[in-house]
Structure formats: C-alpha cells, structure tokens
Design a protein around this ligand. Structure first.
Ligand code: SF4
Length: 431
C-alpha cells in the first residue's frame, strides 16, 4: 500500500480543526435559535444565496448536508427505512428519504442537537426537480412560507442578460421582501457587498488549492479530500471571516505539502507513491466513504480533479462573487452551478480536467439517487473518451443508501480499471 498510517486524531491539520469548530458553533446556534430568536432558512447547496441570508443574519440549514452527514454516521439506513415505511418509493432520491426519516425521528442534526423548524423555505430551482418535491414535503410538515427562485437552465451553455435579470427580479421582488418580513430588518446592500468581498477571497484560495493537483505528485486528493475542502464554501460559511481564515490556513498547509513534494493525506495515512492520476465525475458514496477512498489509496490512485467539488458553484472557470454588482453576481452564481450546466459544457469541463491535470483516465461514479448527475453519464463517458483518448471507467453506487454500495463489485471494477491503466502506461512506455 502506497501510504504511511497516521497514528491518531491529534495529527489533524489546523484547517480541519477550524472547520470542525465552525460546524459545531453553527449547529449550537441552530439548536439555540428557538430561545435566541435567530431566524432559520432551509435552502439547498447548488447555487445557494448564503451571502444574502447572512446579510439578514439568518441561519441557513442545508438538508443535503444533514443527509450526507447521516450517511457518514451510519444513520441514513434507518431514516430511509422509516421514510419508505411511510410510503416514499424506493426510487425517490435517498437524500430526501434520509431527511424525512430524520425529521420524523426528532430532527436531530449531525452534532446530536435538535434542528429548529424553518422560518422560511428557500428553494433555488437549479437543475433538480426533486428539490421542488422535497420542499413540498417540508412545507406540509412545517407550514412555513416558501420562496421559489426559478433559475433558468443553461440550455445553450451560456448565461444571457435576460436570464440574469429574470433571477435578479425574483430576488428583488420575492426573496428580499420575504427575508425582510421574517427578520424585521431592511435590506442593506452595503452589508451584502462586504460579505461578497469575503466570499471572493475564500474562493480565490479554494481555486488555488484545487489547482495544486496539477503538480506531480499531487499534494491533495481532489475528490475524497476535496469534499472536505468545499464544506465551508458550499454551506453556511461563504462570506464569513471564518471561511476566509479556513481557506488561508488550508492554502498554507497545501503550499507546505508542495514544498516538501508530499502526496495527499488520506485516512490510511500520507500517500507516498502516486501511481495513477484520475478525474472523477459524480458525487461520492457517503455510507462507505472511507472504504471507497481506501480502494483508490490501495491502488496508488489519486483523484486530481472532480466535478463534485463544483456542485455548489464553479469557480475554476473564473467566476467570483463580485461586490460591485451584488444581486447580479448572486444570480450568476445560481445559474452557473454544475447541475445547471448542459451536457456539452460538462463534457468539455471533464475533458479539460483530464488534459490540464495530466490524468491517466477518468471515472464516473453514477449514483442511483441523482438524475441531475446521472442523466447522460454514458454519453459523457463516450464523448470524453473520444476527445481525450484516455480510458473512462464506470461504477455505480448511491449517496446515502447502503443497499446500493456493493463493495465487492466496485472493488472488482476499480481493480480492472486500474489494471487497464497500467497496461496502457506499459504500452506507451514500449511504443
Ligand atoms: S436528485 Fe440529486 S440534486 Fe436532486 S436532491 Fe437528490 S441528490 Fe440533490
């Protein structure tokens, strides 16, 4: 195995500890919200409007994050079983069923404390019909007001002025008045600009961290490690000083790894030999996250770029939140998230990653739950292969339903795939 074990938890990097502490503080505030009177908005990850929520001092809750945390903590299985018992079909996205099951079991969040009811459900409709159905279910439970932001799909692969204005108008006419109503505060554009300035700083550092994987060996794993790096920016912390500090620290740690020529840190320890460099498309499996990661580590495979780390928003094509046009920039962020991109754009993005990150190939993890990711993945596989001349692999699992993570099958497929990469490399060497 090309890694050296880390001995204990005290070897956690400062950035990891900071993130843990940020999360704990946030969930404490949520648990205390019924007493402190802080207002709570449930919303989704892709293209979310965290900065606007923070400008009104409301606390965001991201149901997808609660579901993935339930998956990692081994709780989603029972939550899903409960939701199915209540009549939700096996075909429904397992994030939804995990969330409903959690709600029906007392709505206890990832830190063991109860989550407050929402004062508002903010649905940004970004490429996923399930989001709409999900919040219809939550509205039935909580009877809270809903604002639905209709975000046009990037069918032609670009954001036009009229698309942008359409979203801005909805923010102005529907969302801001709703936030003013629940908080009793007036919209303060200067405050929003300050928050957006902090977002852009953190985004610069995150992009630098993800692009560090262009080096050989890569100092990071941009999929399994990457999901930790995107945590603060895609959830409740974008636009905060905490997030700026977290990404500064993370960047400094990766700079140090680069200076030493070190490989990524994994749960199995530090990878000392980078045998294969791959790009991954699709979300990870959360119920067997470590086991899944270990399958890559055991083969000496490092993920150098992934689409999942763009699920909230795509920054590496140049987008940054821009405080000089506050509402327009929020609209652009909503419109530009990965699940709102059309297939040709996704194909182009993955092909670019394979080339720019000198990958040996690419893998698609097709999750049963999520049509926003899975639709068209076989087409993506063929298209990217023909464009970059590198082999693609295809594995299937799920987000948080352990019934769809077949370890033996996935391991077999990965081993065959890496053997094929090995043969290609050997062939290239003798040619
Ligand atoms: S279908 Fe996909 S994008 Fe939609 S809620 Fe489920 S995981 Fe999220």
């Amino acid at each position: 195995m090309a890694s050296q074990p880390r001995t204990d938890d005290t070897s956690k990097d400062r950035s990891q500890l900071r993130q843990k502490e940020m999360m704990a503080r946030h969930f404490d505030r949520l648990a205390d919200a019924p007493d402190t009177g802080e207002k709570v908005v449930y919303t989704f990850v892709p293209g979310n409007l965290t900065e606007l929520l923070l400008a009104f001092d409301v606390l965001p809750v991201l149901p997808e994050i609660n579901a993935l945390q339930a998956g990692m903590r081994g709780k989603s299985k029972d939550y899903i079983a409960l939701a199915e018992k209540l009549g939700h079909s096996e075909d429904v996205c397992t994030y939804v069923k995990s969330d409903i099951g959690m709600l029906k079991s007392g709505n206890v969040g990832p830190t063991g404390k109860r989550l407050p009811n929402p004062d508002l459900l903010l649905l940004s409709y970004t490429g996923c019909f399930t989001f709409m159905k999900w919040f219809e279910l939550l509205r039935e439970e909580y009877h809270s007001p809903v604002v639905m932001l209709h975000v046009p799909y990037q069918g032609d692969g670009k954001i036009t002025d009229s698309m942008r204005q359409y979203v801005v108008e909805q923010i102005k006419r529907k969302l801001i008045p709703a936030l003013e109503k629940i908080t009793g505060k007036a919209y303060d554009e200067d405050r929003l600009r300050q928050i957006l300035t902090l977002s852009a700083r953190a985004e610069d550092d995150l992009v630098w961290v993800l692009q560090s994987a262009r080096h050989k060996p890569s100092p990071i794993d941009a999929y399994f490690g990457g999901v930790y790096y995107i945590g603060p920016i895609f959830t409740s912390f974008r636009g905060t000083r905490d997030a700026v500090l977290y990404y500064e620290e993370l960047r400094a740690e990766i700079e140090e790894r680069l200076r030493c020529g070190a490989g990524p840190v994994t749960p199995e320890g530090e990878m000392t030999q980078e045998k294969y460099r791959v790009v991954v498309e699709g979300p990870p499996n959360w119920t067997s996250f470590r086991q899944f990661w270990k399958m890559f580590v055991d083969e000496g495979a490092v993920v150098v770029a992934s689409t999942y780390t763009k699920v909230g928003g795509v920054y590496d094509l140049g987008f940054r939140h821009d405080p000089s046009r506050p509402l327009e920039t929020l609209a652009d962020y909503c419109l530009g998230c990965y699940t709102n991109l059309n297939l040709p754009t996704r194909v182009e993005m993955i092909s670019r990653y394979v080339r720019e990150y000198s990958a040996d190939g690419f893998l698609i993890n097709s999750v049963k739950s999520c049509n926003s990711f899975s639709a068209g993945q076989l087409h993506i596989l063929r298209e990217v292969e023909s464009r970059v001349g590198k082999p693609g692999g295809f594995i299937e699992s799920d987000l948080v339903d352990p019934r769809y993570f077949s370890a033996a099958n996935i391991k077999n497929r990965l081993e065959s795939y890496f053997q094929m990469l090995e043969q290609k490399k050997a062939g290239a060497g003798t040619a």
